[in-house]
Design a protein around this ligand. Structure first.
Ligand code: SOE
Length: 381
């Protein structure tokens, strides 16, 4: 008999759908001791909550997250709200003894993240943050190759995350669709939304970042606010580029913008080591490019590894070699790892504490954009 894990989802946007789908599918593909049960979804608007519950198979609805958190039949609270609500909900959930799965970034800033870490640690509840790109099989394979020492000493890390959806100046800020443009709801712009992904992957693959120097720009200075109906100043960063030094001595460049016409979600990274290099591209996520200087020179070159064989990360759970999977599967992998670790009494990375390190880098990046100086990254406890 499978053990049930009753999920209470707060928020029902894009991420609510991605995660609900993962809960529903995980048991079909992974052999696990726990089975997620879609117990309740919470949204402020009752009609929206009901429609989401009907579409995704949630047993019940709530319109106040506090009621959801208090319910005895909820084991784990999944926070898919805008960033400004993460702290309050996560702390209340932990205090009520619930496990907490939180959408990225962990918080609005490091201070909030620290309070969230203290709460989950004090309560001793399982916790994780949905930095999903770690669980793209090609990215997990990159981690494996680096940990095996195949790249040798790392010299360079280069990451970009480019989009183009906010170029028009009549895109409003705030509200359900565009809260990412409203600093009060999001905390920051591309730094917390997109670079946070790049930083999470980088810390995982290449270790801690010591210091950073950055620049940011807000290209459209005023936008209509969807809630107030008034034109208000835009206080998020539309674009950000920064240099970083890793603790292992490697140098890095990171860039993100929502003003790269033609790019929808171009997340790429490249790592150059002494013996080998790796490149990955979200638009072609099932491939890992790899160059090994140790190859015989007459056949040496960049190879494109199609990450579909059953001895590659997660791929034994899916189809036959040659048939690929995509974006949504990263969330299935995350749920599978969470449930497997739960059965073993182990933590699932990135934990709140891991995600706090990303938050500290984001804070240092934003601080450096203001100070125009190199800034040191706070150490995560
Ligand atoms: C923004 O457009 C966004 O949806 C991010 O919020 C996600 O984290 C990223 O994976 C894709 O882009």
């Amino acid at each position: 008999m499978l053990k049930k894990l009753n999920i209470g989802l707060v928020g029902y946007g894009f991420m609510g759908r991605a995660q609900s789908k993962a809960y529903r599918r995980v048991g079909n593909f992974f052999d696990l001791e726990y089975a997620p049960v879609l117990k309740a979804v919470c949204a402020r608007d009752e009609g929206n909550a009901r429609a989401f519950a009907d579409q995704w198979g949630y047993e019940s609805i709530e319109t106040d997250w506090r009621r959801l958190v208090e319910r005895d039949d909820i084991d784990a609270v999944d926070i898919c709200t805008p960033n400004n609500l993460h702290r309050e909900i996560a702390i209340a959930a932990a205090e009520a003894g619930k496990m907490v799965l939180c959408e990225k970034p962990l918080a609005m800033n490091g201070a909030e993240g620290e309070a969230m870490c203290r709460a989950v640690e004090k309560a001793g509840v399982a916790n994780t943050v949905w930095y999903n790109y770690r669980r793209v099989p090609a990215v997990t394979l990159a981690k494996q190759l680096i940990d095996e020492g195949r790249l040798g000493r790392i010299f360079h890390y280069r990451a970009v995350f480019l989009q183009d959806w906010t170029i028009a100046d009549d895109v409003p800020q705030g509200g359900e669709s565009n809260w990412r443009l409203d600093a009060a709801a999001a905390g920051s712009g591309v730094t917390g939304d997109l670079l946070a992904h790049c930083i999470d992957t980088a810390l995982w693959l290449n270790g801690p970042i010591d210091d950073v120097t950055s620049m940011t720009e807000t290209f459209v200075k005023e936008r209509m606010h969807a809630l107030s109906g008034k034109v208000e100043p835009v206080r998020i960063d539309d674009a950000c580029a920064f240099l970083a030094r890793f603790d292992n001595g490697s140098l890095a460049t990171f860039e993100s913008t929502r003003y790269a016409r033609g790019h929808k979600a171009l997340y790429t990274f490249e790592i150059n080591g002494e013996h080998a290099s790796i490149q990955w591209d979200l638009h072609d996520l099932h491939r890992l490019s790899y160059f090994d200087h140790g190859d015989d020179s007459v056949v040496r070159g960049w190879r494109s590894i199609h990450v579909t064989d059953s001895d590659m990360p997660y791929m034994d759970k899916w189809w036959v070699p040659g048939l690929q999977i995509g974006y949504e599967h990263t969330f299935v992998h995350h749920v599978a790892d969470f449930l497997e670790n739960l059965a073993k009494g182990q933590a699932t990375s990135p934990t709140f504490s891991d995600a706090l390190e990303t938050q500290y880098v984001c804070d240092a990046v934003l601080k450096s954009a203001e100070s125009r100086q190199w800034e040191t990254v706070s150490n995560a406890r």
